[in-house]
Design a binder for this molecule. Structure first.
Ligand SMILES: Nc1nc2c(ncn2[C@@H]2O[C@H](COP(=O)(O)OP(=O)(O)OP(=O)(O)O)[C@@H](O)[C@H]2O)c(=O)[nH]1
Ligand SMILES: [Mg+2]
Length: 281
């Protein structure tokens, strides 16, 4: 499958800025999505962890499969699960951060991660104010900014993806709203891959229609069910894909974990249905 890339200028600049300020920090908080903790890990985290201690927060706990999430929490050190919208799980995160507070000043930390995992929402919850912009599209935060309150000096950072990610990485991220569907050839493509993936992992209960052997026909049925009809009774497949992906990623069809800590990775799922290589800036 050809490699696809979404690496706009603000990601390169954000990466540079993070490395410039990392020595000033006491701790780094990495946010991942609890539904795919491997695929949504930050491409920077291995190298940042060599410089500063890291606390991992698995967001979207409310949308993740409980049993699989427990496995992840047991397998990753210094990891907390949180429902950031309801502010559940935050007390433990805050306690873990405060352990790094020097006695003479506030604790300094940066919130890092890939796009749309909940970095800015976590930051707002930690400082108790809605200062950082939050939105359900990837790429809302475009710069590195400092915020201060509650004994914390926190850096919000843009979601950063790996420009050298292996084939299929952006595809999985597009199912969770962490990468733009246009990067993987549009919503129809992304949705068809998601249908194939769910069928391959016995997760068909998350598909809201009877599954056809041909994934495109399954998507067509979803489109009919979700009211994506155009003239002549045909289905607008791009719109069907968009509605399916949006409903899936907002948990409308049920809770899910796309991967397990014992090797079952969403990234291992390969699909040959993705557009040619292109770089979106
Ligand atoms: N259901 C649910 N939604 C969440 C959770 N955490 C974040 N969200 C939603 O995810 C979306 C993205 O949140 P942001 O805080 O803007 O994410 P970000 O990582 O800062 O995104 P970028 O700035 O684009 O990189 C928003 O619609 C949030 O409400 C969670 O734990 N549960
Ligand atoms: Mg943000």
């Amino acid at each position: 499958m050809p490699r696809t890339v979404w690496y706009p200028g603000h990601m390169a600049k954000g990466t540079r800025k993070l490395y410039e300020l990392v020595n000033k920090l006491d701790v780094i908080v990495e946010v991942r999505d609890a539904r795919a903790p491997a695929s949504t890990s930050s491409p920077l985290i291995k190298s940042l962890a060599k410089i500063k201690p890291v606390i991992h927060v698995l967001s979207h706990k409310d949308l993740a499969d409980d049993e699989k999430l427990k496995l992840w929490l047991n397998s990753l050190k210094f990891t907390y699960a949180a429902d950031l919208r309801k502010r559940e799980g935050l007390a433990s995160v805050k306690k873990a951060i405060m352990k790094f507070k020097p006695s003479h000043r506030e604790v300094r930390l940066a919130v890092v991660g890939i796009p749309n995992v909940g970095k800015s929402l976590l930051l707002n919850s930690l400082i108790g104010k809605s200062n950082a912009s939050v939105g359900n599209i990837p790429g809302v935060t475009k710069s590195v900014s400092w915020y201060k309150n509650e004994g914390m000096l926190i850096v919000d950072s843009p979601g950063i993806l790996d420009p050298h990610a292996e084939a299929g990485a952006h595809l999985i991220l597009s199912w969770l709203g962490c990468a733009k569907a246009e990067v993987v050839g549009g919503y129809e493509n992304a949705a068809i891959s998601l249908i194939k993936f769910l069928c391959s992992r016995e997760l068909v209960s998350l598909i809201p229609v009877e599954v056809d052997e041909i994934p495109a026909l399954t998507l067509e049925a979803i489109g009919r069910k979700m009211g994506c009809l155009i003239s002549g009774g045909r289905v607008n497949m791009e719109l069907a894909g968009q509605k399916f992906i949006e409903a899936f990623s907002s948990g409308k069809f049920g809770r899910v974990c796309l991967e397990t800590p014992e090797g079952e990775r969403a990234i291992d799922f390969h699909d040959d249905n993705v557009c040619d290589e292109e770089v979106l800036i």
